[in-house]
Design a protein. Sequence first.
Length: 338
Amino acid sequence: MLRFIFTLDYEILGNGTGSMEELVFAPAEKMNDIFYRHNVRYVNFVETAEMSKVSQFNTDSGIHAVEEQLFQMHRDGFELAPHIHTQWCKAQYLNDRWQLNRSEFNIGKLPTETVREYLRDSVDYLRKVTREPDFLPLSFRAGTWAMQPCSHVIPVLHEFGIRIDSSVFKGGRQREIELDYRKAPAAPFMWKFTEDLLRPEHNGIMIEMPIYTEKKAIWKLLKAKRITTFKKMNEAKKEGDEKIKQGKIQGYLDKMRLFYPTKLDFCKMDLEEMQEMTGRLIKLDNKTPNTIKPIVLIGHSKNLFDHETLEKYIKYLLHEKQIICTFREIYKEIENKN
Ligand SMILES: [Zn+2]
């Protein structure tokens, strides 16, 4: 039983530049059309920290369309969930640009009270856009995927209704933000945990559903589509600052491995690559068809240029009789099974 969970990180660029209309609203609107047409739904990881700051400082009129889009998505059964880049939580807008707090990249490095404050702000923002005063999210993804150490973060997530985390990508390593997922459990597609999101516990209070990755030889990553997406991103990022350049050097170090974990990314992969990966999963699933296996896909609104490939891939999944669902739907299914 494979369950394909599409997740979209819904946000502008990491350095605070880019427009809400171009990088968030428009690409998501086209993606929504595809999902409506095929009557399936996805999980929208809303970067609530940047959205609420943009709304508070009134720096981009596109935010109104974004908030209306979020309301409609929630109304129509798409899942909204917090995705917090903590460097935005105390951001200030000075001299026509965002001053982000670069020391707060990894939510795991923050004290418990700060985590609670940021989570509360995030849930409040989702309550505002859904127009539901008691809205509680079910799933969570940390900004830049970084949430280590996390024993103090998990009870706070739990307090706000969150039961599923999807921050881990197996084999992941990003030195500059101290992210290290190389010790993630190798086999299972999901696991319960309480203290450490990399340590499965039978009676854990949360479930980790990692972003699906496969190890790929580094030279195979140089696919035409990935390069085009990277170029387009860089055009949009022309205001890159020194910190980002430093980050890139660290990033090259992280990638200086012969095999690198490749996320199942519907913005960066071409159709053939996604179908090959899926074909292998279907074969594997046939050995234990009664076990529920979440396959979490990732995309970013700011990288979503090729909607045609996305639609072809969805058609392929449906043709193969695969199920596309949200975390809320798979959670219900798991609860019912137990
Ligand atoms: Zn993000």
